[in-house]
Design a protein. Sequence first.
Lengths: 180, 125
Amino acid sequence: MEVLLILAAAGLLAAGGALVAGLSRRSKEKALGEPRLVVSPAPYAFGEVVPCRLASVVRAPIRVERVRFFLRCAESVRWTETETDGNGRRRSVERTQAALVWSAEETVAFARELKAGERFEAEVDLRLPEAGGPTFSAAHNEVTWQVAVSVEQAEGALLEEARPIVVEARRRFDAPAPPR
Amino acid sequence: MKWAVDARVEPDGPAEAGSTVWVWVKAEPSEPATCRAVHCELVWATGGRGTPDRACVFTGRKDGGAAAPGTPLTAEFQIALPAAGPITYGGRLIAIGWHVRVWVDLAWTQDPEAVVPLVVVPRRG
């Protein structure tokens, strides 16, 4: 009985802790104002630069250590498998798998306290690779590109946002020709 | 009777998305014969872990006729590759390949065919 009570108390404490942490994170997010990740929706070519910008007006004092921007390419696939259970019944199961196939990162260091009303801005240029898989979408296979941003404090990410971008089957005009 | 079907794609080598390729077909029977038509299709297909996706982006047909050893039937197809791709791709979970398939339409027998892989690369600009 005592053990059960201790376990229940520990569970309540953990749930309470998670709730407090969640609320604290939410309030810190609010302190940042309404940060918007701005990325031009224009389709991009391989080798081109993707300008990324995060901007906001701070609502309450908050310390920001760094802002990390990511440019990522991921593949995702779907397929169906037929499973047989112990009674010999067959059923179709939809499976999915995703893999990050390319990533670039730029960090803007802040390491300071931002004041209420202060403009909070970070911008970087992330360059697409010279070659790779353009944005592709079919019924079971997908190649997607996205820009993501993470605003971080010493204890971890405060805010994470992502925007999809379109990479065309096109390479920068002065890019080297592919191998024949 | 046997037919030798040969297909050649120009330009030889990688083709840019959005560019034009020509397909030259030569079909030669082992004895005088007639074919109904020569067909051509351009297809991309995915491979890899997921269920394959496939699309035929061009189909063409040219009237057939009589052919004999030494006087093959020839046909030419002009194909505009889609500017939006996809391109030939070898990723971690997904592979995308292109091929041209040509076949000779014969009466009452299996149609002989030839398949030529095509490498599609991003266009410049």
